[in-house]
Design a protein around this ligand. Structure first.
Ligand code: ZN
Ligand code: ZN
Length: 446
């Protein structure tokens, strides 16, 4: 059985979700859905058109693939194209949705979706990924990544390669956050072990900004037409005990990286408890994101800073290292790591080790993410290791550099701040060119 949906679109149809429904009769064993759109890359246009295909069965999400190169979906009880979820081809109303991330100005874009349904009996093993064993390790500092992709969206490596890379880099935890899908997570969890914790995630890849749902194994609605709707999505993710992180907020946006820049005015930062200030290697858009984060802290928001490699493929030899999240967790478990991040008990680093503590007049000590009680003086102490010559250390107080020093031969320093005016402070390590090498989360004065 074969169905075709075809239409033409223009630039005006960009950033829409165009749904087509079809009926699946009983006893279908296999679905093959093909999407073509022409022109793929309009003559003279700087960027290609970018359309994703999301699929819903009568019970809900069956997959999406944020990948312009391969837009054929094969689905059966035991297997599925990456991005999609294998399982029974249930009878009833299915919906295929064109997510029009980018349609460049041009005359017309013609698309064609062909749905083939097949009832031939097929013999195939049901792939069942069993979660790997893991024994939580106790309290300590753990390094990990919170943001990465595979060929389940627009990455170019598979889940085992992605996990091997995390192991080769000595990470203690790794999170897979493919664009608008969770289809890689069962395999991800099957590859965890006592040496490497895996954490579920999805990157909500909207038309007006990207955010991570961390700790999830389920798909989340991302199709928010405005900031109000997005704020509701954020709240529902947080209510489920997951973490919501605004990522690369000052990334270039349309048309180069369509939808990549955070533009939801209602979530500046609104209900978001965390923001990724360090995406991939250090770039100007990260500096802009960091300054936005400082502004939000100065407005009184208690926000956590995170890093994410946003890795999509094996890094080129000699590529600059992205930052890891170095988290002080009560235990190395998914809830342990997410709790620690929620509390701001982490620093971000592409190399140096950093510690930041503070004490009030009574001697009560706070660590990063904590508050220190307002007293006449605040005693700040920082320690560092694995810095390089030329690195400098900056104490940032209320968003402004308070003191900058060469790290030199020293490994620690102390400062006394006026308790009546200080609201928050943190420590940055920068290289000779001013690029960030490490940063703590803030300690707040309350
Ligand atoms: Zn993104
Ligand atoms: Zn990403």
């Amino acid at each position: 059985m074969r169905l075709v949906f075809a239409d033409t679109l223009t630039h005006e149809d960009a950033k829409r979700n165009i749904a087509h429904t079809f009926q699946v009769p009983p006893a279908i064993t296999r679905l093959r859905i093909e999407l073509t759109h022409e022109p793929h890359h309009a003559t003279g246009a700087e960027y290609p058109n970018q359309i994703s295909l999301s699929l819903f069965d009568p019970d809900g999400f069956r997959g999406a693939r944020h990948n312009n190169r391969d837009q054929t979906v094969l689905l059966s009880g035991g297997s599925a194209t990456p991005g999609y979820l294998p399982g029974e081809i249930v009878e009833g109303t299915w919906t295929v949705v064109l997510d029009t991330h980018r349609i460049v100005p041009q005359d017309q874009l013609a698309y064609r979706i062909t749905v083939n349904m097949d009832s031939d009996p097929i013999e195939e093993p049901t792939p069942r990924f069993e979660p790997g064993p893991i024994v939580p390790r106790g309290p300590g500092w753990y390094r990990g990544d919170l943001h990465g992709h595979t060929l389940h969206s627009d990455g170019s490596w598979d889940v085992p390669q992605f996990v091997r890379h995390a192991r080769d880099n000595g990470l203690d935890f790794v999170t897979l956050t493919d664009h608008n899908t969770v289809s890689g997570l069962a395999e991800l969890d099957s590859l965890r072990g006592d040496d490497l914790l895996t954490i579920g995630g999805m990157e909500l890849t909207t038309y007006y900004g990207h955010a991570l749902a961390l700790g999830t194994r389920e798909w989340h609605e991302w199709r928010a037409g405005d900031g109000q709707a997005m704020a509701e999505i954020a709240r529902s993710i947080l209510e489920k005990g997951l973490l919501f992180v605004v990522v690369h907020p000052r990334s270039p946006g349309d048309p180069a990286c369509t939808g990549c820049r955070w533009e939801f005015d209602e979530i500046m930062p609104g209900p978001a408890p965390a923001v990724e200030v360090w995406n991939g290697a250090w770039h100007q858009y990260n500096e802009d994101g960091l300054q936005l984060y400082y502004r939000w802290l100065n407005e009184g928001h208690r926000l956590v800073a995170t890093a994410g490699s946003d890795i999509h493929r094996p890094p080129a030899p000699g590529a600059p290292s992205p930052a890891a999240n170095v988290v002080y967790a009560e235990e190395l478990s998914e809830s342990g790591v997410l709790d620690a991040i929620r509390q701001g008990r982490l620093y971000l680093s592409s190399g140096p080790d950093l510690r930041l503590t503070a004490a009030d007049d009574s001697g009560t000590v706070a660590m990063m993410g904590d508050s220190v009680a307002r007293s006449e003086s605040i005693y700040v102490h920082a320690e560092w290791r694995n810095t390089e010559s030329g690195d400098s250390l900056r104490l940032i107080v209320d968003g402004t550099p308070y003191e900058e020093r060469d790290v030199g031969e020293a490994h620690d320093d102390s400062w006394t701040l006026a308790g009546d005016s200080t609201r928050w402070f943190l420590v940055e390590v920068r290289d000779a060119d001013g690029a960030l090498r490490a940063i703590t989360n803030p300690i707040f004065v309350e």
